[in-house]
Ligand binder design. Structure first.
Ligand code: AMP
Length: 287
């Protein structure tokens, strides 16, 4: 697919001008927002965007409103030069938007209009990260208004985030289609994540256990196991034996993450979150 050279912009007006020119030419737009420190998971979303639309926009913005006061906002890895080089080399992104905070939050964080999500945002990962998903929704809503893409690509690794952003876009009647890109993994199964770099070498060697344990639950479900409470309790115990401090392992319904019904044959997802050293790892598998 022929693509123009990558343009890197930092202002809302520059994004709007580029997108307006494409629209005038009848071209559609796919968008993948990120917080940078790009890896093959992010780049797979760029590839999916390029396969789905004529024009591709990516953004890099470490969004302050989705970090809790004791979380890693200051320490979050910022590797802009390497990120830009990676995107330029892959050559399927047309526009890279790298705003400073006032461009996204013109009235400052204290006075920002915020999105408040429904109660699902306080379950699963939301239980240990109060306000996190509202912060994600607040920035995704802003980015969608700035970029106005036809298609928004998000990663399966953050399954709950996808479900909540889908809910937001539908509930707020946003004219955008959400699509999910599959989780990209390291050769040993660990889901790629910018936060994996917080792991010590010993912890990194323990990390594959999360995917292994979730996959075991999946196998048991496929084999007919229906006692979800026992399955997930066993999974948490195994994670503890592997050196993790598990936060949750749950079996939920795909699509809306409502409680799974053992009596019904329905698409399910097994989700888990666990701390390992100073990292917090999440993963999920579809059943
Ligand atoms: P982040 O930079 O961590 O906010 O992630 C930006 C986007 O990349 C989100 O839609 C994530 O779900 C997605 N993403 C992160 N890690 C992966 C991965 N390992 N595979 C696929 N998508 C991913």
């Amino acid at each position: 697919m022929a693509h123009t050279r990558l343009r890197v912009v930092s202002s809302v007006s520059a994004v709007r001008a580029a997108v307006a020119a494409w629209r005038a030419a009848g071209e559609n737009v796919a968008f993948a927002p990120t917080m940078g420190n790009l890896h093959a998971g992010h780049m797979s979303l760029a590839t999916l965007c390029a396969q789905s639309a004529r024009r591709v926009v990516m953004s890099i913005f470490v969004n302050p409103t989705q970090f809790g006061p004791s979380e890693d906002f200051a320490a979050y890895p910022r590797t802009l030069a390497a990120d830009e080089a990676l995107i330029a080399a892959q050559a399927n992104v047309d526009l890279l938007f790298i705003p400073e905070s006032p461009e996204v939050y013109p009235f400052g964080l204290e006075h920002a209009v915020r999105v408040q999500l429904p109660p699902l945002s306080r379950e699963l990962c939301g239980a240990s990260r109060p306000g996190h998903f509202d912060g994600v929704a607040t920035v995704v809503c802003r980015l969608l208004h700035i970029v106005t893409p036809d298609i928004l690509f998000l990663g399966q690794k953050d399954y709950q985030q996808f479900v909540l952003m889908q809910r937001m876009s539908q509930d707020l009647r946003m004219p955008v289609e959400l699509r999910m890109g599959p989780t990209q993994r390291e050769p040993d199964g660990v889901a790629m994540s910018s936060r994996n770099r917080y792991l010590s070498p010993v912890e990194r060697a323990q990390a594959p256990a999360l995917y292994r344990v979730l996959s075991r639950v999946r196998e048991e479900l496929l084999a007919g196991a229906r006692d979800f409470a026992r399955l997930t309790a066993d999974a948490r115990a195994e994670l503890e034996r592997e050196g993790f401090r598990p936060e949750y392992v749950e079996v939920r319904r795909q699509g809306d993450l409502s409680a799974a019904d053992p009596q019904r044959a329905e698409p399910r997802v097994v989700l888990g979150a666990a701390r390992l050293g100073r990292a917090r790892l999440i993963d999920n598998v579809l059943v």
